[in-house]
Design a protein around this ligand. Sequence first.
Ligand SMILES: [Zn+2]
Length: 688
Amino acid sequence: MKKIIFDHGKPLIGAYYFFPKDLNQAKQELSILVESGVNHLWLFIDKYFRKDNPLPRAVFEEILALLDEYNLSFVPVIGEYISLEKHPEVRIELGDGTFSSDPRYWNMGCFRHPHSLEWAGHEVREFLLAYHDHKLLCRVDGKLLMSFAHEAYYRTDTPEMGGDQMRPNCYCPYCREAFIQYILTKYQDVAKYNRTHQTAIKNWQDLKLPRDPRPDPLLWVEFIQNHAEAIPNFLRSLIAVANEVTPVFSTHECNDFYPGSWQTTLTGNDIWKMAAETDLGHEDMYPLEFDQQYQIYIYGLLKDIMHSAMGFSRPYTGNGQAFTPWVIKARLPKNSLHEQVYTSLIHGVSGFVWWLGQDYQLWREMKAPNELLEWWLPRLAEFEPERARIALLYSYTTMTLAQNDEHPMDLQLLYMALRQLGIPVDIITEAQINSGVLEERDYRVLLLPAVSALSKETRDQLIMYVTKGGTLLADYAAEISVGEFCSVVEFSRGEPGERPRFYRTRSDLSSGGELFIPVESARAGQPLFDSGHNGRIWAEFDSGVPAVVEWPVGRGRIIGIGSMLGIDFSNFPGHLHLNKMFPFLIRMRDDARKLLALLLESCGWRPEIVSNRPEVEIGVFHGRGEQKSRLCWAVNHLPMSTNCTVSIRGGTEMGSASGFITKVEKVDGGLRVDLELPELSGAWFEIL
Ligand SMILES: [Zn+2]
């Protein structure tokens, strides 16, 4: 793990904070925060440094004096730097010539409009010129930690609040020019472009920006790829402005629309591209804030995405939610803050930043979780999270072209199944595959969840990976007729009405009984391979046709699953107890998870530490250098206490440990540890 200890000696445990007008109220609040173990604040500085009409500097000075009084340092955050109402020229232009002008989207104008950079840059410069050597700033290796352009995205609506879905953008003159430059760089001459795209444009200015994937899917993919460069380019330029004044350790809170929907491709958000511009990964806790039974597995998934986006080596923080969900008014469940911190630690964070509401009781409840962070953040540098041998493909191209949520949903739910099996997993992109990540990180298995569109370059990489001995596990992906883009596995498409009802494993292949899985995904079909070769059939549909087929390719193999396994497994990436309470609303089919385990075991892979309860998530860290022990984390994702047994391969005795451990037993080949975990609570222990 990458350690972040500020130069003043404290670990990164902070909270976003908005100063109230009333300084007495601020004093009361700061004392609660300090008491609860928060050592610095993340402050939006826009009001005091923006280009038009900033508040008097004396007001900011008062705030700093107050921070000093409470021994709190701070991280400056650039957020609302330009007003869409006062500066309509920066609005996002839609395909029909209209504009996205809802002022709720604060800084969400077009990031390519020069005014956006000018205004954000003004704030950055003004602040740094005046305060770059201020003693209360948080520094890492002498560089000042600063957050640039909070939650930058091309937002055209608020679908998560009941609004319309996102619309394609941006068609403003600056984006048009950027796209032409992108195409020009790629093709060099018009004739080559015309040959590839089967068009007859005379010069680049004739190029028409696409409105949707048809009739030219390649042009659409190119448009979306170029769109995804706008925010990273903006971040790079803005961070450069700061570095001209003083060296910064940069971050950016990646937005909270991601990665729940294909619509993220329209918001110009590719976390991997944005994270590449920053020194510190930083993500929002979106999955928690909309839902009173929050989606804890997506919370973990976001951290794993950030781990991958930071190149598997650079640091990232977790964000925490110490406020009431604001869409459905309900309190966070008891111990939720513990669960967030344990989950974040399991998923490898190097720091933690809370978001606060007005509920002081929740602020006080941060104390114990912050003590855990205070203890572990400095020490975790001696450990490395267990290396994932299984990877899941997050396919931007599929989302770009399919324009539905089958892929991200299937991915999220398969991810939950893997985590419930105790399996660490890397989330990887097509760009990473194209640059050799499969070989570099030596994955045994790559899962393609409902991946229906890949470029030829990526498909070639996948086939090479399999030929050299890898296993590709692809579940059902609807065929979308999109030029050169398709999946690596084909499926038969039945006539309407022919949809299978279930699939079950062949009894000769699964010891411990037949697995029976109803088909819940909207579509299904028999995996098709080259004719004339008998694949191994793992499961059949009710009609008797093969549903899960394994096929040798070179030294490796492909396994095709004729249904979307993640969606068949569950329809909600959250608490398990809901499926007992509301089986008509929430499904969780244990057999689907068992099928996944069976297929992965056939690759000779099983986790070294497992819990006998899927709802208790396990994380394993290996000591590095002199430190030879392993560290095991467990967190109970049930809002009720639970007993569980953790089985550890290897290891002779337990070292230091937290509470909630009731029994430790030596067994053949390892250890067995019994835990009694209260609701949403965690435990840890060292294995020697
Ligand atoms: Zn634009």
